[in-house]
Structure formats: C-alpha cells, structure tokens
Design a protein around this ligand. Structure first.
Ligand code: JFZ
Length: 474
C-alpha cells in the first residue's frame, strides 16, 4: 500500500468520526443514539482520556493456570503464546482443570508488585481477569468450578492488586477476554469436553459476560481502562461489540475502552501497511497495535502499543524464552512516546506469584532511568519533527524539547532543526542544569554536548524555546 501523507489520515479520520457511531460529539452535535445513551462532548472526552495520554507507560500482566505450565506441556514447548498452551496442545478441560485446581500462588504480594512496577515509571497496570481459557482470577459468583476459589490459594487475586494500585496512585486496569474456551455457551472455539447442551451466544452475553463485567465494575473500585480481547471469532459480530461497549459505558462512564470489543464502525485508511488489522480497528477509545509501532504518530488518534518482554509473543510466563534486552525495551518506550502513543509492556508472573528475576531486573533498570528522565516521558506530546539529524527520538512539553540521544554524536554537536531562539540547553541528568553552548544557523540550533553521554542507552538533552517549535524542513 502506498504510504499516504498524515494529512490523508486526518481527512480519513474526520470522515470516520463523522460517519461512525462515535461515542463523543462536538459541542453542537448529539451523539449517535444507535450506540448508547452515552453522551460526551469532545472536551469531556479529552478530560476522560487525560490520565491515559499523560501516562505513556503501562504494565500488562498475564497470569493464570497457564503460568503453571510456563510454555511446556508433556515435554513439548509452545515456542510462542505460552498463555495459549491449552489451544496449542488441544488440552481438554477434563485435563486442564485439574492443573488449575492445583494453582497456589503462595508468594503473591500485590503491594510489592505495585511498588516495584511504579518505581519503573509505570502509571497503569492492566491484569488479565480472565484470558481465553476462561479461568477467572476473582471468586466470581457466575461459575462455581472455574475461578480462583477452587484453588488452594482460594482468595481473590484481583482485590489486593486493585487496593495496592489505589494506595500507590497507579491506575488499576483490566484485560478481559470475550472468547472463552471453557464456558458451555461460548459459541466459538472451545476445549470443554465436559460441556453439555448447545452453545447460546445471547445467553453467554446476558447470563455470563455482562454480569461478570458488572461484578468487576462494582467490586473493585474505579477501573481506569478495560483491555477487551478475543473478539475475532466469527461467532462474535460488530453488533455484539456495540452492545458490549454500551454495557461498559453504563457501568462506568469514566472508563477508557480499547478497540477490541468487536464493534467495527466505518474504518479509515491509515495510509501505511498495518501488521495486524484487528489491533488497528478504529473503535472504542484507542487502538492497540500489538507488538508494532505505527511508523509515524497518529494525530487525532489515541493509541497504545502492547509488547512482551519474552518474544515472540509470550504474554504468559515461558520458562524457556529469552527476555528482550533492556536497551531495546527502553528505546521502544521512547519511540512510542515520541509518536504520541503509550507502551503497555507485559510481564508474566510465575505460578508462585513472583515477578521472575529477568523481568524484575528490567524493571529496576527502568526505575534507574526514570528516576532521572521521567519528565521527558510522562505528560509529553508527540515530536514536532518528522525526522532528526541524529540517532534518537524527541518528545516535548510546552516550551521544552526533550532530545533522547541513542548514539552520542562523535563531534559532540547536536543539531536541533528549529528556527526558535533557544533560551537554554542542558542535560536532564545534570542536576545543576549547567547550560550547554548553543549556536544558531540557518539549519537550526546546534548544541555543544559534554564529551561523555550520561546514560549508555538514552541520554536526554533539554532545549528550552519560546512558543511552538518552528521546525525547519530537512
Ligand atoms: C491477544 C491474545 O490472544 C494474546 O494471548 C495476548 O493476550 C495478546 C495481548 O492479545 O493476541 C492476539 C489477538 C489477536 C490477534 C493476534 C494476537 N489477531 O487477530 O491477529
């Protein structure tokens, strides 16, 4: 597909917003009644989305009975998708259930998790309440044999996390799979060899899915965001997705909803090739590219790239898979932030309830970097530049450009292609903010850098300018 200018995306987006049953409207126009009685002006939407846009960095947590198997079944490895192990090896419920019944995350310490994750600069945590295997991490009243209450652990795994998030000032968010390989009424793929009767989607929605969501939205305090998933099965259609979104909007109008309810209003042309059309569906409040970062920013669209630490695509803990190196993870966060998106980075705790050492180590490295540089990520806007004359990225706040330098220039000079007068330039790592020499030229402002980069992975140069960046085309 020929790459189109971002302008074409803006036009397409405007068309999408006008055509689709978007849940928000400008001050004058009423919301499309077909979608729900959820009414919101663009200003109200901006207020509702503000925490999400400011956060930039979230943590995904995939945890469930599959964590006990950790990517291995009868000596065979899943290779990817450790949380899909039941499907990979077609394990029937009669065999998979006893595995869950032995799950005892005895070392689980939600408060310790949240403190370690918060220190890494993460602003929201999104945990799997129920993944595709249908196992519920909370003692739901809607089934009596497939939730945490049937395990030796017995307690509620979500409640302590929700409480710890609230006490630590981290947004508590949830992942919830619509697809349910266990429930007898799920009309799509199932591994429940014990079920009887004929699946019934309407009963599944009305007597299970919707009431379970009501349990979650009335029992755990305010939930910041829901990461819906598992709606690609042909058994689930756009109308089901619209109903699901409307149900959630009624349960909690302040909720941020991702784009995977299954609802599919008219879609725009993005103007670039997308790896996974499902995750780029324009619906809900934001789009969720999986393991990929849009090549440019997506002006006017909220987006979040979700990414694993254990490639390829191991969201549940895999005992064999390697962990991606920290520099790659940090530069991914900087890249996403520079394009105006969020990074939802995943960890898969082990069956005992521990954040495994390789994940903990990366969180500690994030914590060390964020201690110095968080202001160059949280609350920043997308870069005003389409490209820069150095290997790195840039984020911005009013009056400030943050230049994230990946490779330290050999000549010690950094060209910032703006015609604005630079009032000050300094290293963010320099507590004394010692001014760096800046010279102006028709190409822009050139900053003279210290001989040695303060950080081996990403060093941030702060350039203070008056007004909006006047970018010089390159
Ligand atoms: C989904 C889940 O299947 C996966 O286990 C994990 O939870 C991830 C965050 O979300 O992954 C998907 C979903 C849909 C597609 C690909 C991966 N798809 O439609 O191409």
């Amino acid at each position: 597909m020929k790459a189109k200018s971002p302008w074409s995306l803006r036009v397409a987006l405007a068309g999408w917003l006008a055509l689709s049953a978007s849940a928000f409207a400008t001050a004058a126009e009423p919301v499309d009644e077909s979608r729900s009685d959820f009414r919101e002006t663009a200003a109200e939407r901006d207020r509702r989305m503000s925490w999400f846009r400011e956060a930039r960095f979230g943590m995904f947590i995939h945890w469930g009975p599959y964590s006990r198997l950790a990517g291995e079944w009868e000596g065979k490895r899943t290779r990817f998708g450790a949380e899909w192990i039941q499907e990979r090896f077609q394990i029937p419920a009669s065999v998979y259930m006893p595995l869950a019944q032995k799950w005892n995350p005895s070392k689980y310490d939600a408060r310790a998790w949240v403190r370690r994750i918060k220190a890494a600069g993460v602003r929201y945590i999104c945990i799997t309440t129920k993944h595709h295997d249908g196992f519920c991490l909370w003692p739901t009243k809607l089934n009596d044999d497939w939730n945490i209450a049937i395990t030796p652990y017995g307690g509620d795994l979500l409640k302590p996390l929700a409480d710890a998030c609230r006490e630590e000032g981290v947004k508590f968010c949830i992942y919830h799979s619509v697809m349910d390989w266990h429930h007898p009424d799920w009309p799509g793929q199932s591994f429940n060899d014990l079920r009887t009767g004929k699946p019934d989607k309407e009963r599944f929605k009305k007597d299970y899915l919707f009431p379970q969501l009501k349990e979650l939205f009335t029992g755990y305090g305010e939930i910041g965001m829901i990461w819906l998933d598992g709606t690609w099965d042909k058994a689930w259609n756009s109308e089901d997705g619209r109903e699901l979104e409307a149900h959630l909007r009624k349960l909690q109008p302040s909720l941020v909803i991702n784009n995977r309810s299954g609802y599919k209003p008219p879609q725009p042309e993005y103007g670039f090739a997308v790896g996974n059309a499902y995750s780029y569906t324009l619906a809900g409040d934001y789009i969720s590219p999986e393991g990929e970062i849009p090549p440019t920013g997506l002006p006017g669209i909220d987006w979040e790239t979700c990414q694993t630490m254990q490639p390829p695509k191991n969201w549940g803990y895999d005992r064999h898979a390697k962990f991606r190196p920290f520099p790659e993870l940090l530069r991914e966060l900087v890249d996403v932030s520079s394009k105006g998106g969020n990074l939802l980075l995943n960890i898969g705790p082990n069956a005992d309830g521990e954040i495994v050492p390789s994940a903990a180590d990366r969180l500690e490295q994030f914590a060390a970097w964020m201690k110095v540089n968080a202001t160059a990520i949280h609350g920043t806007g997308a870069s005003p530049f389409s490209k820069l004359p150095f290997k790195g990225r840039r984020t911005r706040k009013p009056g400030k450009l943050f230049l994230h330098v990946f490779e330290w220039p050999r000549d010690g000079r950094l060209l910032v292609p703006v015609s604005n007068k630079v009032s000050r330039a300094y290293m963010l790592a320099d507590a004394g903010a010692t001014p760096l020499a800046v010279s102006a030229s028709p190409a822009g402002a050139t900053v003279s850098l210290p001989a040695v980069a303060p950080d081996p992975v990403v060093s941030v140069v702060v350039v203070e300018i008056a007004g909006e960046p006047a970018v010089l085309s390159r």
